[in-house]
Design a protein. Structure first.
Length: 415
């Protein structure tokens, strides 16, 4: 190969690929999250304190160092926000767990009931909170309750409630599906994305940067393919032909580099990294809490309040098992099982035969009745497991009608 031909090859192939590689390198550097420098990870600067910001160390796009365990959720972070800020995605479970959280907080009541056979169940879609559980043959009725005193709702929560109860104070999940509820529910997911931007955790939509570089690569791919196809049809041997052939190949390779390098997400701001680290600290507590770390007086309030977070973290069953051990310890100490506030969910007695087969690991009916009547600790623990399984069942049923993919009304991810 002559020197001229080598220069043409370098110019036609090497330069586009080199420029694309530089763009990807810059993009990957900018994609790394910001963190506050010089203060404890997860903490925010004091009012008026000037703190420098830096990108996380090369090799990772987000904070991957140790986190301090938090025994309470980060202030103002609902389960849906926790799930979204941890992974940058508002998933189905984040929205369905938000519904459970609204029930726990007294805005909604959940009631399991026999399904209306005239309304077909929604087909299973997306990831389920209990992948091995068969689809439910029953339905869930949601009842809107008067707002609790001094209650505050985030904008996306208000949007969610308005959408669920647009036709009245009571509705079933199958009725919601029958009226085309999945499109309306996308607005709740978009609201979650909007909330994390409004709080300053992301400078723009968390998934927005996922497509920018890829979109730039598509016209290059078409241009390079067209140039390459044209020159191959000409079958020439002139310098201009060789240069155009090399340029077409270079543009194709550059486009592939841009499309590959464009995968990712919008980086978190330093505030967003702090919120994520706090959420990870709370996840550490939920996923590792032992019964001897929980006082029984606290257990009455903690089980339901933190159950939606455990659902987001995928450890609702473990959370229930931990509290069963708390009950056993309380009985050994002569404290008695006591009551846990479960007024937000009921209806299992009417579904004993329907629920027995898919949830054979616990006795829903006996367990819930035990919680109300103060039976022995074995039944009390089974009841907690039943509540966790039932909340997961509700989340699965809600998730079956929340098929919003990556969550966008127009461009695929809620931009």
């Amino acid at each position: 190969m002559e020197t001229t031909e080598v220069a043409e090859l370098i110019a036609g192939v090497g330069l586009p690929v080199l420029l694309a590689a530089i763009v990807v390198f810059w993009f990957r550097h900018r994609r790394r999250d910001e963190v506050y420098d010089g203060i404890t990870p997860g903490e925010l600067p004091a009012l008026g304190q000037q703190v420098a910001r830096r990108r996380v160390a090369r090799g990772s796009t987000q904070w991957s160092g140790p986190v301090a365990v938090r025994f309470t959720p980060p202030s103002g972070l609902t389960p849906g926000l926790v799930g979204t800020v941890i992974d940058g995605r508002a998933d189905v479970v984040d929205v369905s767990a938000t519904l459970v959280d609204l029930a726990v907080r007294g805005f909604v009541h959940l009631h399991a009931e026999a399904a209306d056979p005239s309304i077909p169940p929604p087909p299973p879609r997306g990831p389920r909170s209990h992948p091995t559980r068969p689809p439910s043959s029953h339905d869930w009725r949601l009842t809107r309750l008067p707002d609790p005193p001094n209650a505050r709702l985030a904008p996306f929560e208000q949007t969610l409630l308005d959408a669920v109860f647009a036709a009245g104070k009571e509705v079933t999940l199958r009725e919601l599906k029958a009226r085309g509820f999945d499109l309306t529910m996308r607005e709740a997911q978009v609201g979650l994305y909007r909330e994390v931007v409004d709080r300053g955790w992301y400078a723009k939509h968390p998934r927005d940067r996922n497509r920018r570089l890829g979109c730039l690569g598509i016209p290059l791919l078409l241009t390079g393919g067209g140039a390459l196809g044209y020159t191959l049809l000409q079958l020439g041997s002139s310098p201009a032909y060789r240069l155009l052939l090399a340029l077409g190949a270079g543009l194709l390779l550059a486009a592939l580099v841009l499309i590959w390098g464009g995968r990712g997400r919008t980086p978190r701001t330093a505030d967003g990294s702090a919120a994520r680290i706090q959420a990870l600290g709370f996840r550490e507590y939920i996923t590792t809490a032992e019964a001897n770390q929980i006082r029984f007086e606290e257990a009455r309030d903690l089980f339901s309040r933190y159950l939606p977070y455990a659902m987001v973290f995928g450890v609702a069953d473990r959370w229930a098992a931990t509290f069963a051990q708390v009950a056993a310890q309380a009985q050994r100490e002569g404290l008695g099982p006591g009551l846990i506030d479960l007024g937000w969910i009921d209806g299992f007695g009417a579904l004993s035969e329907i629920l027995a087969a898919p949830l054979d690991v616990v006795s829903i009916v006996d367990g819930i009745d035990s919680l109300a009547a103060g039976f022995d600790v074995t039944e009390w623990g089974a009841g907690l497991g039943g509540v966790a399984d039932s909340a997961g069942d509700f989340a699965d049923a809600a998730g079956d009608l929340l098929d919003f993919g990556s969550g966008c009304l127009s461009c695929g991810d809620g931009c």
